[in-house]
Ligand binder design. Structure first.
Ligand code: NAX
Ligand code: K
Length: 531
């Protein structure tokens, strides 16, 4: 793995970033030199994103046709700390490159280095404005108000200025993170800049990966400024506790290539328990998700009345018809079904909350189990922690925020800090917990967290979770059959793969075109593209 790939896997808190930068400074790197270096990199990136339109012409240049934006007038927001220092260096560079720069610095007390850059910018004759409204004619705004040093709410005049600026809907490039976001939790402290681009410096800040930050972050990019890997490792350890899931990680952990000599049972046998008369389609989608995983053998237990429907959609699967309740839920599994004979069991989509004894039976068994949807609601009724305490084998829980709250009423901050919530849930239960969202978070009992950094709102659609359950189940079964030690990577792969299939499908069919069945058709193309 090269340096770029390695740093893409890391997410840090403000405290960790401070410790890492502290080591660099202690080793002799002058603070001013680092700021200069970083800010030059930012300024170069800004120039490529918003090239200077030197010669406005009725015939747009070829660059214009590539969809690049041009900027002439740039408003730079300068805060009191080193984020403001960065912004002042960027302002100076853009000024020298020929941009018309205006600086808005609503603070009188600045950090020393920032003072120096401020004095120099003034000496160059760069225009300073008193009011945010003076920036309304700008083509582009650079936001250097606060970075990871923001520690309290933004209030009063500054908050008003930010709100006013957000209303203009101008392109905004935020330095490090949109000013106003808490670095670790992504919480809005008072108010926050709505960025078009966020140029995150050095290492990804955790807050940028939290769902509630996303509407402020825009398109996020990492600006690498050569932090020595030794300094990163010294603070974060060899394997970071919070890992962004990257393509390289997936390539390393996929169950590929298959052994040259194998047979279907060696490639995992998954049992799905799903569906009811009311929710028949969920069973099909779960089955199609499992199919996409490449699992060796797939058995699907459904209410007897759904059997022929399932056979027609999944001819390769072994469909097990089960006795039904009056309402058409699974009442019991046939005696011939030996739960212990499967490599993994996925249980829940569409089973309704009538299937309590089924879920109890599955959990009493000693194989890896994935619970989703009604499987989770039943677990919540049984008592999540007390029920899971008794289990030795791997359990995977895949809640969305609502299900999470029902499962873990003691964890009341799931909306505020999804990463901490998952960490706590995994610690309390020993389970692998996957919290669905715009940035799906996965954690296990060791305290390690994985975040899927890209997804699409196209996936916010009924049935897409069923596909994920099947996909996780299939990958887990293959992992068990191959005797791999750690199964959490399989869950991580499934979450990433599912998101990428959504992204690919949305690219071809728009965000409105990704129904759950269509999603299953894009699972394999993601892999082909990856390899
Ligand atoms: N970490 C690194 O290695 C580097 C960091 N740099 C920059 O330095 C930034 C961090 O700099 P700082 O630690 O100076 O922090 P910031 O620039 O984020 O701001 C901290 C300052 O804002 C004040 N402040 C905090 N909350 C406030 C509020 N609500 N209202 C008014 N004032 C408030 C603080 O008292 C302090 O003076 C990074 O985000 C990045 O832009 C780069 O210059 C160079 C490399
Ligand atoms: K900023």
């Amino acid at each position: 793995m090269n340096r770029w790939e390695k740093i893409q896997e890391i997410a840090v808190t403000a405290a960790q970033m401070r410790e890492i930068e502290g080591r660099i400074f202690a080793a002799g790197m002058p603070v001013a030199a680092l700021m200069e270096k970083v800010a030059i990199l930012i300024s170069v990136r800004v120039q490529s994103l918003f090239p200077l339109l030197l010669n406005p012409t009725p015939n747009p240049s070829p660059l214009y046709r590539e969809g690049r934006r041009f900027a002439v007038r740039v408003g730079v927001l300068v805060g009191p700390g080193h984020n403001g220092g960065d912004a002042l260096v960027v302002a100076r560079e853009l000024h020298f490159r020929g941009y018309e720069v205006k600086i808005y610095r609503p603070f009188s007390k600045l950090k020393d280095l920032t003072v120096q850059h401020d004095l120099y910018a003034q000496s160059l004759g760069i225009c300073y404005v008193e009011n945010i409204a003076d920036l309304q004619d700008c083509d582009l705004i650079i936001d250097g108000l606060f970075g990871f040093g923001l520690e309290r709410e933004i209030k009063d005049n500054l908050a008003e200025a930010i709100n006013q600026l957000n209303e203009w809907s101008k392109p905004v490039v935020s330095i490090d993170l949109p000013s106003g976001l808490q670095t670790d939790t992504g919480e809005v402290l008072g108010t926050a800049i709505k960025a078009t681009y966020t140029l995150c410096l050095g290492l990804w800040k955790l807050g940028l990966l939290q769902d509630r930050a996303l509407e402020y972050v825009g398109k996020a990019e990492l600006i690498d400024f050569d932090i020595p890997l030794a300094d990163i490792t010294a603070i974060l350890g060899e394997a970071p506790q919070i890992q962004r899931v990257t393509k390289e990680f997936i390539q390393q952990h996929l169950p590929l290539p298959r052994p040259a000599v194998t047979h279907k049972y060696k490639q995992g046998h998954l049992l799905l328990i799903c569906g009811s008369r009311k929710y028949a389609g969920g069973a099909i989608l779960t089955g199609l998700g499992a199919r996409g995983s490449g699992v060796g053998m797939l058995s699907i237990a459904v209410p007897e009345s759904l059997k022929s429907l399932l056979v027609s959609h999944l001819p390769e699967a072994l469909i097990i018809g089960c006795e039904e309740t009056e309402n058409g839920a699974i009442a019991s599994l046939p005696d011939a079904v030996n739960l212990g004979s499967y490599d993994a069991i996925a249980c829940g989509p569409g089973i309704t909350t009538e299937a309590t004894t089924i879920v109890e039976g599955v959990l009493a068994n000693n194989n890896p189990v994935i619970l989703d949807a009604d499987g989770l609601n039943i677990l919540a009724q049984l008592g999540t922690i007390s029920t899971l305490e008794k289990r030795q084998a791997t359990t995977v829980l895949t809640p969305h925020a609502g299900e999470f709250k029902r499962l873990f009423p003691e964890i009341d901050y799931v909306q505020q800090n999804r990463v901490e919530a998952v960490k706590k849930a995994a610690e309390l239960t020993g389970a692998i917990v996957l919290l669905k969202g715009a940035r799906t978070v996965i954690g296990n009992a060791s305290g390690k967290i994985w975040i899927v950094p890209e997804s699409t709102p196209a996936l916010a659609r009924g049935g897409s979770g069923d596909v994920l359950t099947g996909l996780i189940g299939g990958l887990l079964a293959q992992g068990v059959a191959a005797n791999i030690n750690s199964l959490v990577e399989r869950v991580v792969i499934a979450a990433w793969w599912h998101a990428q299939a959504g992204i690919l499908a949305a690219k071809e069919r728009t965000e409105l075109g990704v129904d759950a069945f269509t999603l299953t058709q894009f699972l394999n193309p993601v892999l082909s593209g990856l390899l």
